[in-house]
Design a binder for this molecule. Structure first.
Ligand code: NAD
Length: 417
């Protein structure tokens, strides 16, 4: 395994270089895209419940805004660092372009283990972090959203803090809010739903019907739970699930709704009491039709790619497979739907939420789901068509599509001054 395969930012730049070579792009054009437009590091002091003050490090990276305001999630995780946030911001740029929504890419994060913090401490951390990046975010500047270990409540605190400092309510400053505060119907389910729609389109291309296909989902948070639930709705049998506490396997299939209830009640999958307990590594290698990695980056590398037995991988997480792993998977005939397409359902419904907020409208869940379905199906087939045109695999086709759309916009805008 090379170091660059493990450094997400180096991997993101390598991916761009592959596209640069295929499209024979002028380095004067791509050089701007290899560097984020703005990187922000803030110190976030927080008064802990015991009276002590701890200082956490927060980041916001704004990669490119040639196609619209910056857009991207905020992640709370002990492994968050600048290179991870830079990579995630770049992937957001391509992702928004692939699903053709008018945003650029950004990402944020705080290096913190929220499992060690009380709710009050997380709220104070969120409000202070928001205050520290206040000047750099805004409805037409940069619109954050949830990511790992942040949720609708976190977005509500960000919206409230931003609005308090502005002096009036600004719901459109963040997406992924609670419904009561202008959140969109269907937003919570959107990323998982999008990953399931992509898996279904991939299955169609392989001549497979969803009914009876076996699926395995790694990560049982927002994305993983809804990907599993929607795949189950589509007729798949969910034979493997996992979270950070354990993996479980049952060839007869799990009742996903019951597993979600258990996770909501106890905070973990361990103790669900069904199936055989396995490790996360074993889970990835299960014999199945569809695999949805929906937890962390770099879980499929050149060390384990040849052991993957799935026919389709729909990448719910960001960067779950390294570029080298994707090459190996392609050689093995595994159809990989890359993250920038498979998990774009979340940002797509975030865009719908932003439009609803700006117009002070509220759309029904069926309207949101139908619009999401149309966007995802079109994006999947646009990427697939591009892959055919350039005789490359689907991940490369999606990157070509995204990079081309961004470069077209950047070149039209020119370079100031
Ligand atoms: P989440 O915090 O809701 O859930 C993360 C899940 O992963 C949890 O169940 C956790 O237990 C599990 N996990 C953590 N470490 C693990 C490990 N080592 N092995 C197995 N499971 C592990 O986060 P989320 O919002 O579901 O995000 C998951 C991934 O999807 C991230 O890569 C995120 O960037 C990406 N993503 C999320 C959204 C969104 O709308 N939430 C959108 C696009 C991409």
């Amino acid at each position: 395994m090379t170091a660059s395969n493990l450094n997400p930012y180096k991997a993101a730049v390598e991916q761009l270089e592959i596209i640069e070579e295929i499209l024979k792009l002028d380095p004067c054009v791509t050089i701007r895209l290899k560097h984020p437009r703005r990187t922000i590091i803030v110190s976030v002091p927080v008064r802990m419940d015991n009276g002590e003050i701890k200082v956490f490090t927060g980041y916001r990276v704004q990669h490119c805004h040639a196609r619209g305001p910056f857009k991207g999630g905020i992640r709370y995780h002990p492994k968050v660092d600048m290179d991870e946030v830079k990579a995630l911001a770049m992937w957001m740029t391509w992702k928004c372009a692939v699903v053709d929504i008018p945003y650029g890419g950004a990402k944020g994060g705080v290096t913190v283990d929220t499992k060690q913090l009380s709710k009050g401490e997380i709220e104070r951390l969120t409000r202070r972090y928001t205050a520290m990046i206040f000047d750099d975010i805004g409805p037409f500047k940069d619109v954050p959203a949830p990511d790992m270990y942040t949720d609708a409540q976190t977005m509500a605190w960000i919206m409230d803090t931003y609005s308090q400092l502005r002096g009036y309510m600004v719901p459109e400053v963040v997406t992924g809010k609670p419904i009561e505060l202008g959140g969109s119907e269907g937003r919570k389910q959107a990323t998982g739903r999008g990953a399931a729609i992509c898996a279904r389109e991939a299955a169609k291309q392989l001549g497979l019907k969803m009914k009876g296909l076996t699926a395995v989902v790694q990560g049982f948070g927002n994305v993983g739970q809804w990907a599993a639930a929607v795949l189950e709705e589509m007729g798949c049998k969910i034979i493997g699930l996992s979270d950070s506490t354990c993996g479980i396997y049952d060839p007869k299939g799990f009742d996903v709704k019951a597993a979600i209830k258990h996770k909501e009640k106890t905070g973990k999958l361990r103790g669900f009491g069904r199936g055989e307990e396995i490790t996360n590594e074993e889970l990835l290698q299960l014999e199945c039709d569809i695999l949805v990695p929906a937890a962390m980056e770099n879980v499929i590398t050149e060390a384990n790619a040849s052991k993957i037995k799935a026919k389709i991988i729909s990448e719910g997480a960001n960067g779950p497979s390294t570029p080298k792993a994707r090459e190996i998977l392609h050689e093995q005939g595994v159809l990989v739907v890359p993250d920038i397409l498979a998990n774009a359902g979340g940002v797509t419904v975030s865009y719908f939420e932003w439009i609803q907020n700006l117009h002070r409208e509220h759309w029904s869940e069926s309207e949101v789901n139908q619009k999401l379905e149309n966007h995802m199906v079109k994006a999947y087939h646009d990427a697939s068509k591009t892959a055919n045109e350039y005789q490359v695999d689907l991940p490369t086709g999606a990157y070509i599509l995204g990079v081309k759309r961004v470069i077209d916009a950047q070149e039209r805008l020119g370079l100031f001054p």
